[in-house]
Design a protein around this ligand. Sequence first.
Ligand code: AMP
Ligand code: ZN
Length: 452
Amino acid sequence: MLKIYNSLTRKNEELKTKEAGIVNMYSCGPTVYYFPHIGNFRAYLFMDNIRRVLKYNGYKINGVMNITDVGHLTSDADEGDDKMLVASQRENKSPWEIAKFYTDVFMVDAKKLNIDLPENIVPATSVINEMIEFVKVLIEKGYAYETSKGIYFDIARFPAYGALSGMDIREKLAGARIEVDDEKRSPYDFVLWVKAPKEHIMQWESPWGMGYPGWHIECSVIGDKYLGEYIDLHTGGIDHKPVHHENEIAQSNCFYGHQVVSAWMHLEFLQIDGGKMSKSLGNLYTIADLEKKGYSAEDFRFFYFLAHYSKQQNFTFDSLDMAKNTLKSIKNLAKEHKNGNAKVDTSAYQQEFLDSINDDLNMPKAIAVVQKMLKEERSSDVYLALEKFNQVLGLNLEEENDIPQEIKDLAEKRWQAKLAKDWAVADQLRGEIDSNGYVIKDKKDGYDILRK
Ligand code: AMP
Ligand code: ZN
């Protein structure tokens, strides 16, 4: 039985779905205004993690992720400029070009990380009409009102506001530095639709004149369009909990008149050297940065497994080294097991692996189970179990292709020398292969090439 920590009820509970065997799942996606960093990708590795664990448990997934290409202001609480606008000025490109470019960058990295992407990936700008219709309903039902600046959600009409973060949001936001706007009924009312000044570069016709959507409305509307009025599971980063997700709950629950999302899961942040990542500190790394330093996207994927998603994870190059080496040793052992002849009963390991992932995605424990199993006598039974676990891990266990041709050639020459009992040449070739970072393991009638 899959148990997850539901941030809404603050309990570990069994995942329940409206329809047996099918999970309606929504994941907050990227704002495509800049290169995604490895912290962002921790969020999508988490999404991948839960998706693969659901599938491992036999669920079918209806998954949706938004792509924010309009409306996300530099502060999550509706202040500052639109991030797309800032990027388009910075790079002297249209917001559409910016969105296309950074969506492609995201997809390339997601593929390198072997992230199991949702069935539907939906840009906010593709649902402008639906957003307008949704806002209209909120106005009709008395949950939203118009000012000279836009359409605002009236938080006073939704007493349950703040339930997810469990703090008195009204107090918190009222105390926060919020632009005074006399037209708003209260300072914590948030924007659903913004009336655009003439010069604003992204705007659409609406019943309230030209304008563009607020950031939060896109997730309610995309969820509604693709999943309907009941969503079993909603994922996102912890930073989204106090504003973005509270607002989404307010919008969706008022639209339908009932609770829409039953379970929320939140990912804690990746820290760098024990602190925050930021461009100004020069410690904001992308997958491409890691690659330049000699790490693969897969090394970072494996690094993700080494901490529980609900805990902050500290990134250092030492810890990434550790992840890389552990991954290497797992792959080397996997290869040895593949052709192993011993008989090993892996059922206890399989149970332990399942129990770990079903215990709110305890990946560090699941990896420990893998490592324990790999210590068994070399056996193809172990390899078969590992292949099964790999549905969750998503690693490239068959590294054959990653071994450069020149190393394969050297290995083949050495093998021929060995067959010809030309020990001196065989040893010299082995040395050469070794100094290139590979080792040869001889078998009865052949050899394996392993990365050191
Ligand atoms: P954004 O593209 O800015 O909307 O962020 C995309 C996702 O990355 C969101 O779900 C954030 O919660 C998440 N995120 C941003 N920074 C970090 C971090 N340092 N660690 C983990 N997740 C993060
Ligand atoms: Zn969202």
